[in-house]
Design a protein around this ligand. Sequence first.
Ligand SMILES: [Zn+2]
Ligand SMILES: [Zn+2]
Length: 356
Amino acid sequence: MVQTAPRKLEAQDIPIPQIDNESALLQLEACGICGSDYEQFEGMLRTPMPVVPGHEPLGTIVRIGDRAVERWGVDVGDRVAVETMISCRHCPACLGGTYHLCDNRKIYSYIPTTEEPGLWGGYSQYMYLHPNSVVHRMSRELAPEIAVIFNPLGAGFRWAVEMPETQPGDTVVILGPGQRGLACVIACREVAAGMIIVTGLAVDANKMALAKTFGADHTIDVDNENLVERVKELTDGRGADVVVDVSSYATQPVVDALSLVRPGGRVVLAGVKGFKKVDGFISDLVVLKEIKILGAIGVTATGYRSAIRLLESGRVPIELMHTHNFELGEAELAIRTLAREIPDVESIHSCLIPEH
Ligand SMILES: [Zn+2]
Ligand SMILES: [Zn+2]
């Protein structure tokens, strides 16, 4: 499926590329869908077009060069999760250990079809794997729609555990109960966080119930409850050790986070707001409480590995957050369902499953 203009996806034939010594060909099993897919679909991300979208690919290696076998440690027949970023490995960011911030990075699903070999995204039956790809081998025992949850779950580990250095016993407030908020709950539970509190709107009742199933101790409906008061009550007036904002567009959670976090606590901002200014942001709170504010974009190998290990363990009923499988030709429907444009249908985690 090729995006040719904002809100326009069409099926196109693109030839399967030759694979050299350092690259590979992936046969897609599933491609996860998230809020970024909607933003790309709408044209908000100003990505080049025409383009094959799809930045959460899972599939099987069907062709691979000898050098790639050596470097990646995988071979024909292996199921792999593919990281979104293609980094250069040589710029200061890469050499500094932050390869996801690479100065020369390319991003799968944002590379136009006009750049050879064109198959740069997961809304496809096959995808080209560039020599600098990072892939993670994954058990074949999981259903593809479950295995592909490696992506949001990886974000949960990086944003709610790795970046804020969440410790056993810590109180964590997670602002937003979507697939990434739920993934944060699961990740925090894995590292033995103390109290986990999840916030959402009145319409999020199902997601909030799911948050509890995954281990949240409390949920707060911000439409009907006083968030700051409630967290104060639950933490004996102390505030949370860690606050993670995974909500998109709304800026109030950023303001709330500064009130919810304890002195010396950590706030992770991982939800984009469409470049809006944040009304009511009081920087003095950051100073007086010595709050650490961390921006989080994307996931790196350690987060993905934790996610894949947990998925493979079968310890968490992760399938409860999976709501929809769509065929490749239904990509537009999948995106619109996620964005609540389809009345009475609620999507939490969904994916495209290409037919072969
Ligand atoms: Zn995504
Ligand atoms: Zn680089």
